[in-house]
Design a protein around this ligand. Structure first.
Ligand code: AMP
Length: 274
């Protein structure tokens, strides 16, 4: 599959629906000639126009097409007809990590460490390419057939942000500097890794509250509590505490996350877990 070639709908057999986003649907599909399996995402042009997303979508699609990393969902190419834009995406057979988290309640330390290490590696790659703020959260993380994590939120961050608002109205993943509308940099992603690590291990994000303003307040105070559950080790808490730091320059770097004893001890180096 290559993005250079011009594709059209006739070249794909459409299979079962995989899910539904705000602007369209996602289907399992197979390229007729090569039999290559993909996920085909439809976005209605009327929606793109209504929300004036044209430039953003195009820019983000170009970014995602250029990224090649085992933990970043590939965008192989795109095409359009009169009413719709079609994105040809890598198929993530394992579905949403969010569903796995909800089903299990919380993840094991092996699972959580493997996903955090995979995210740190993918983000280090993005940061090298000067790509930041990926809107990382469990709903935007997919799993492939081997259980490898794939970041899937490139290109429609506005869509996924609005999805978040309508879904549960929380802003749980925002770093303090973003809540305050201050200038922010790569370190916002490191904060988000701390939030995610907590949510993976405890099943709920750390600053969850009844209202948005309470969540804001808790984020600003870094009001962090660790419920007394037996499955979370002190090394895991140490990593979380080193990421959920108010001053962005004092947060643990991505390299130091990968070298943290809890990650070394628990993460599968191949990024695979069941
Ligand atoms: P989205 O519009 O990106 O929010 O996608 C809607 C739903 O479709 C997601 O929540 C996933 O369950 C599913 N989905 C999206 N992309 C893929 C993919 N590449 N592989 C498998 N399922 C996907």
């Amino acid at each position: 599959m290559t993005s250079k070639r011009e594709w059209s709908l006739g070249e794909f057999e459409i299979g079962k629906p995989l899910g539904r986003g705000k602007f369209g649907r996602v289907y399992l599909a197979r390229e007729v000639k090569s039999k290559f399996i993909v996920a085909l995402k439809l976005i209605y042009k009327a929606q793109i126009e209504k929300y004036q997303l044209h430039h953003q979508l195009r820019r983000e699609m170009e970014i995602q097409t250029s990224l090649r990393h085992p933990n970043i969902l590939r965008l192989y190419g795109w095409f359009h007809d009169n009413d719709r834009v079609f994105l040809i995406l890598e198929y993530a057979h394992g579905g949403e990590l969010y569903k796995k988290l909800k089903k299990q309640g919380y993840l094991t330390e092996n699972q959580a460490a493997t996903y955090i290490a995979s995210l740190a590696q993918a983000l280090a790659y993005c940061h090298e390419k000067h790509v930041i703020h990926r809107d990382i959260k469990p709903e935007n993380l997919l799993l492939d057939h081997e259980g490898r994590l794939k970041i899937a939120d490139f290109g429609w961050s506005v869509q996924s942000r609005s999805k978040r608002h309508t879904m549960c109205g929380t802003l749980d993943y925002l770093a303090p500097e973003m809540v305050e509308h201050k200038a922010h940099d790569y370190a916002v992603d490191n904060w988000t890794l701390g939030v995610l690590c907590y949510e993976f291990l405890y099943g709920v994000p750390p600053f969850e509250a009844e209202s948005q303003s309470d969540t804001f307040r808790r984020i600003m105070k870094v009001d962090l509590n660790f419920p007394p559950v037996p499955q979370v080790s002190s090394e895991a808490k140490d990593l979380i505490c080193q990421l959920l730091v108010r001053d962005p320059s004092k947060r643990l770097s991505l390299q130091k996350i990968m070298d943290h004893p809890w990650i070394i001890e628990n993460a599968n180096p191949k990024g695979i877990c069941s």
